[in-house]
Design a binder for this molecule. Structure first.
Ligand SMILES: *Cc1c(COP(=O)(O)O)cnc(C)c1O
Length: 340
């Protein structure tokens, strides 16, 4: 039996469901008629954008914070944005202090969103790893409890509650298309879903600019990648130098990993908007991007993808919907008006 199974089991996901009820929502699962027609099977969208913080990360954060004593000094985390929002929201709901550390690459809209939720924000360095160091310092010196963004059994179990809800609503699901970064979301969902339905297919999807988990799964070890600006900024960052859980769990439970380009993400964001009437981050559109680009190895349905978050700069969103070109660091992404 794999070592990680001592720390993380499907029972932890069931327990998380009880622990986060009242803080996180059970979100709607809606059909995408356009993508269903394209894939010739039901394609369902799990709307985590309906969460109070506009993203699924409230689930893992609320679960991890639920076990802390009332008398603790507070919590800290490092985050590309949505994890920080989740920690801020869940800490506030429990009346705890929250300090969120993040890198300079994080868009201003996300920083403001976290401040508005009542947390202190600290901007440090130009990589997720540097932000993580500052967070560890706060643990050592101020006695705050660190809530990791993905490599933690309680966080993974919290994200895994999505898997329970998916199969409650649609026991006939055969394929899950999951945006993949640190792998907490994919690990949790795969754990919960495969416990109920061992032959369900779990496909992790990342952007092709700096996909740490994709590279690490192929190399068979934790690979550091360069962080690059991407429409899927929520999927950026490394696995952490001391990754213990998400890499082994993803290695065992994810069936396929796929990369999509910035142009494919751009078109998928337009598609979600014009066809599904959904505003979502680039990181949420990678499932549709893989479908639209015909990158799924074999299309077996019914399938679901997770619309993981909607916390993006709305000027950027408006530009993409208008088909304008976009600057991503030193890369110019050629604009293109949407057509079906
Ligand atoms: C964090 C995040 C992901 C990826 O989750 P991991 O657990 O890091 O793999 C995907 N989409 C959004 C919007 C996120 O915030």
């Amino acid at each position: 039996m794999s070592a990680w199974r001592q720390k993380l089991s499907p029972e932890h996901v069931s327990a998380a469901r009880t622990a986060i009820a009242g803080t996180a929502l059970e979100t709607p699962l809606v059909q995408s008629p356009f993508l269903s027609k394209l894939a010739r099977t039901d394609v369902l969208l799990k709307l985590e954008i309906a969460q109070p913080i506009g993203a699924f990360k409230i689930r893992g954060a609320a679960n991890a914070i639920s076990v802390l004593p009332d008398a603790c000094a507070g919590v800290t985390c490092c985050s590309t944005g949505n994890h920080g929002r989740g920690v801020a929201y869940a800490a506030k709901a429990r009346g705890l202090r929250a300090v969120v550390c993040m890198s300079e690459l994080v868009p201003e809209a996300k920083v403001e969103g976290i401040r508005a939720l009542g947390a202190e924000v600290r901007i440090v360095g130009s990589s997720q790893d540097e932000a993580a160091e500052e967070s560890r310092r706060l643990v050592a010196e101020d006695g705050l409890a660190e809530i990791p963004p993905f490599d933690d059994p309680l966080v993974i179990a919290g994200q895994g509650t999505i898997g329970l809800e998916l199969l409650d609503s649609r026991p006939d699901l055969e394929t899950l298309l999951i945006p993949l970064s640190g792998g907490g979301l994919a690990a949790g969902i795969a754990l919960a879903a495969k416990a109920r339905k061992p032959d369900i297919r779990v496909i992790g999807i990342s952007m092709d600019r700096g996909a740490a988990m994709y590279e690490s799964l192929r190399a068979g070890r934790n690979v550091a990648v360069e962080e690059l600006p991407s429409l899927a900024d929520s999927l950026g960052g490394g696995l952490g130098a001391d990754n213990r859980l998400t890499l082994p769990v993803c290695r065992e439970l994810i069936d396929e990993t796929i990369l999509v380009t910035e142009a494919e993400i751009y078109r998928a964001m337009q598609c979600h908007y014009y066809e599904d009437r959904i505003v979502c981050e680039g990181g949420s559109a990678v499932g549709a991007a893989a479908l639209l680009a015909d990158k799924l190895p074999d299309v077996r349905g019914p399938m679901a993808t997770i619309i993981t978050g909607r916390n993006l700069d709305m000027n950027m969103h408006a530009n993409i919907m208008a088909g304008r070109s976009i600057r991503l660091g030193d890369l110019t992404l050629e604009g293109k008006p949407y057509h079906a």
